[in-house]
Design a protein around this ligand. Sequence first.
Ligand code: NAD
Length: 396
Amino acid sequence: MKVGIPAESGAGERRIAVVPDGVRQLREKGADVLVESGAGHGALHTDKAYADAGATILSDPAALWAESDALLKIQPPLIHAKLGRHEAELLREGSILVCMLRPFSNLDTVRILAERRITSFSMDAIPRTTRAQRMDALSSMATAAGYKAVLLAAAAAPRFFPMLVTAAGTLAPSRVLVVGAGVAGLQAIATARRLGAVVEGYDIRPAVKEEVESLGATFVGPKLSAEEAQDASGYARELTPEARAKAQDLLLARIPQADVVITTARVPGLPAPKLIPAESVAKMKPGSVIVDLAADMGGNCALTEPGKEIVRHEVTILGPVRLAATLPAHASQMYSRNITSFFFLLLKNGALALDFEDDIVRDTCITHEGRVVHTPTRERLESQAGAGAGTTRGAS
Ligand code: NAD
């Protein structure tokens, strides 16, 4: 069995799906590992480190894509940076692809994968269960993004984060409001606290109150019931108009008090909820900073421009995308552990053996034997076909 690790395509992408340690583990499981020459460069892993771990280095990317029985990567198939062809068309028919496919945002790619009889697995569809924790790439990347968002905010802010008592006087600490206390938000809260800011955490899910408070921040969420705020799997749900009004009033009252707002709010499968209207930005103090981590899904702030830093009403608004890629060494190390742990589920005695009785394998599989087997994705494709329109949108 040949497992391919290609160089990633996509602007600003410096991560690699599997680090040399992961190659060693794949070799121990009996796989031959092919790595594209230079693929680890951005994450500070040389070809020699991969060769020492037992990989074969290939300088021809087309050969790597065509020869691999299974290809492990991060980004969904894009237009290949060197070959100029859609990567979904470079895969060998019938082979396996594991990546952050984000199928809802990449329906055209899913269609190509099905047509080419690729068995594809989406790392962002891994269930959030205890057994799957080692494979939870969403949490890994959200951890990196939440941390880095605070550093970006601190660099853009005109004030210190900590309180400082100096010979030149006492400087008040910055007030940071983190909107959305999931994995990214909690990491942002922890990082802002470490930098000495006074931090508030806001979320519609009452379940996160304790976690926010255990990090030394104040919880300022609305008083919604668990049923109003979250679905059976613990994710936030779209709020009813009444619940939304209650939640929104509370948030809008907190925003003008903050020097820094970091937003991370998402509802799976939907555009990001718009929580900060332009009028609220106008009410912030001059020099305040917003970092919108939901920029790739349309943004939590009405003024966010994905991938850009802009100034509106004297407030700096950052809409970073692929923030985890700006920490390529640690993000790759975490992702490598996630993807190899998942891939080992697909093996038996060193050979590929797909067990669709396993809930993690079943829930993560998007296309198989020429069909779209992931029900929510198939429904989206059907409704798209009904509407006669096609869209694709960005990735992790
Ligand atoms: P996410 O990225 O889907 O959303 C980020 C946060 O935005 C969430 O906390 C959500 O409640 C919040 N949000 C959504 N709409 C909002 C609104 N209108 N206003 C304010 N906040 C809003 O979340 P995530 O970080 O991927 O985590 C999702 C869930 O999965 C959480 O319950 C988390 O605890 C759970 N989880 C479980 C495991 C595990 O058990 N292995 C691992 C990771 C996460």
